[in-house]
Design a binder for this molecule. Structure first.
Ligand code: ZN
Length: 77
């Protein structure tokens, strides 16, 4: 798996920790150091199967977003 860049974490719940600000002085999301890129489907927790989502996209393993789950592209429901 490829190593993740900070730009891959854009839109992640923890993206704000990737930059020094009033909340974070480290400038890095907690799990970024070990993050790798993997292919996942981003599915809303409100969607019922079958999931009508894209085939999957590369996201860092540290990526989290409220209201969504990330599953492997082979999963259909
Ligand atoms: Zn991250």
């Amino acid at each position: 798996m490829a190593t993740a860049k900070k730009s891959d974490c854009f839109g992640c719940r923890n993206d704000m920790y990737n930059y020094p600000n009033s909340v974070s002085s480290s400038g890095q999301c907690w799990n970024f150091e070990d993050a790798k890129l993997h292919k996942v489907k981003m599915i809303s927790v409100r969607d019922r199967p079958p999931w009508a989502v894209e085939k999957g996209s590369l996201r860092p393993t540290c990526y989290h977003k409220d209201g969504f789950v990330f599953v492997s592209p082979e999963k259909t429901c």
